[in-house]
Design a protein around this ligand. Structure first.
Ligand code: FES
Length: 168
């Protein structure tokens, strides 16, 4: 006598219908799932450079410049205000610093503290940074201010993403 189990006609029909049904359901659901999560799968751009100020207006004194970018966060689109401290260093090179304090994220100001007129000052916990954005040791921030990627085109300064720097 054979040990092989025979598949009944009913079982065969069940297996076949389950397989075909599952295949058809997957075919219908896959495009829907893809459509639902599509914004999440799209590559974040973020690398766009924005024209923010004429190079002629940039001096050796850090100046606050503001601009807006369109931000897409999955399905939500919004306009976001950005800010930078911009100046020319002693070699004439442009420096563009983020104003976001690396301690807890308050906004730093240039020369706003009378005791440290040539430093960036954070009013939240007394954080300080030298003109090149490097954190002053002994104050709360442990890293320099992030620096914006920048390029000059047709006499205008374009800024991109701010990039973190290593701590002092
Ligand atoms: S947030 Fe700037 S020193 Fe704390």
């Amino acid at each position: 006598m054979s040990d092989k189990k025979r598949v009944s006609r009913r079982q065969f029909l069940n297996y076949t219908l389950t397989g075909v049904g599952g295949f058809m359901a997957a075919g219908m659901l896959a495009p829907m799932v893809r459509f639902a999560i599509d914004p999440v799968l799209q590559k974040q751009e973020g690398g766009d450079m924005k024209s923010v100020v004429s190079v002629d207006e940039i001096t050796n004194e850090p100046t606050r410049v503001e601009w807006t970018i369109d931000q897409v966060d999955a399905w939500y689109e919004s306009e976001v205000q950005k800010t930078a401290w911009v100046y020319k260093d002693e070699n004439g090179d442009i420096v563009a610093l983020s104003p976001i304090c690396t301690h807890l994220g308050c906004t730093v100001d240039w020369g706003s503290n009378e005791e440290y007129p040539n430093q960036f000052y954070c009013p939240c916990h007394g954080g300080r940074y030298t003109k090149d954005g490097v954190n002053v040791p002994g104050t709360p921030p442990t890293a320099p201010l992030p620096m914006y990627k920048h390029e000059v085109k047709d006499g205008m300064l374009y800024l991109g993403d701010a990039q973190s720097r290593k701590g002092a």
